[in-house]
Write a protein that binds this ligand. Structure first.
Ligand SMILES: N[C@@H](CCC(=O)N[C@@H](CS)C(=O)NCC(=O)O)C(=O)O
Length: 308
């Protein structure tokens, strides 16, 4: 299991914390936080977001899919506690898509941004700002005053969920806890001067301490080049016999593109080799990695026939 990530990435922290919860061994490749990502592109073929998980010549994009893969490979302890699976998944998705942008707009208010970028050169600050604006399709980040009020409301809701129980949906953690945790982790760890916002909700702070205690499992660093060699020396998992759910009138074997529907929409092109109920798989070839399978969840991604 190779995680392509960088230390300050909240979505990567979601996966690192799950690797800790499941007490797994993994290999770590540090990738740039902005484009270009020349050592990642041979694996993903265009997808640029963080993190990406690689197992041999199989490449998994988006943390919702990475979580499914980790749950399949290491079912105990489970990411699904006693709560209904649909509730867990919907709460996780709410955290990843609504809590995250609110928390990040709060975290990147001027004092937070100055702290995060304290070690950046003026040129790097410009590159980072332009990269993220391009990812947002040119749109501005939410104003931090609006974000502050929203973040406080969301923290109060979480606090109410934690009354009488240790985790959001019961006495054991579930996927939703990890999805909520990564945004709060950024506030607590990356912009600690702004972490006072949690003081009004002590139940949330003690829950976050509990989440932090899971750690990150056992990791060892490898170079990006070594990760590419791993892919080159491996054959992707066979997809024969995978259930095919066709919603687009696009046959298996077609040349297609898959892209996130918003924020960082760089497409990956390849041959559609599977479209199951929950994910797409594209087969692609690159001289640095040979044949790889790149996997995406259906939720949040757009499949199109490639122009011929
Ligand atoms: N839906 C994606 C979101 C990933 C995401 O937005 N990650 C941020 C970092 S936390 C990102 O990609 N930033 C730009 C980059 O790293 O290039 C997932 O669950 O993996």
């Amino acid at each position: 299991m190779i995680l392509h990530h960088y230390p300050a990435s909240p979505f990567a922290e979601k996966i690192r914390a799950i690797l800790g919860f499941k007490n797994l061994n993994w290999q770590s490749v540090t990738i740039p936080s902005v484009m270009p990502k020349p050592e990642l592109m041979p694996l993903t073929g265009g997808y640029r977001k963080t993190p990406v998980m690689q197992i041999g010549a199989d490449v998994y994009c988006d943390t919702s899919l990475i979580c499914d893969v980790l749950e399949h490979l290491a079912p105990a302890p489970s990411l699904y506690n006693q709560a209904p699976k649909g509730l867990v998944r919907n709460l996780a998705q709410w955290a990843d898509t609504l809590l995250f942008p609110v928390a990040m707009a709060y975290n990147f208010q001027p004092a937070g941004a100055a702290h995060v970028m304290a070690s950046f050169s003026p040129e790097t600050v410009k590159v980072f700002a332009a990269d993220r604006q391009a990812m947002r399709g040119g749109g501005a980040r939410m104003h931090f005053a609006d974000a502050t009020g929203m973040y406080k409301s969301l923290l109060r809701r979480m606090s109410s969920m934690l009354e009488g129980q240790s985790f959001l949906l019961g006495d054991k953690p579930c996927l939703a806890d990890f999805s909520v945790y990564h945004s709060l982790w950024f506030t607590r760890v990356q912009v600690p001067m702004l972490a006072g916002i949690l003081d009004a909700t002590p139940l949330v702070s003690t829950w976050a301490d509990r989440m932090a205690a899971f750690g990150h499992g056992q990791s060892s660093s490898i170079s990006a080049e070594e990760a590419l060699q791993v892919a080159k020396g491996t054959t992707p998992l066979a997809m024969d016999g995978a259930f095919f759910q066709d919603e687009h009138g696009i046959a298996l074997g077609s040349q297609v593109s898959v892209a996130a529907e918003s924020f960082g929409t760089e497409p990956t092109f390849g041959e559609l080799v599977a479209a199951t109920r929950t994910r797409y798989t594209l087969r692609r070839q690159d001289e640095r990695v040979g044949v790889v399978h790149v996997h995406f969840p259906r939720l949040g991604f757009v499949l199109k026939k490639a122009d011929t």
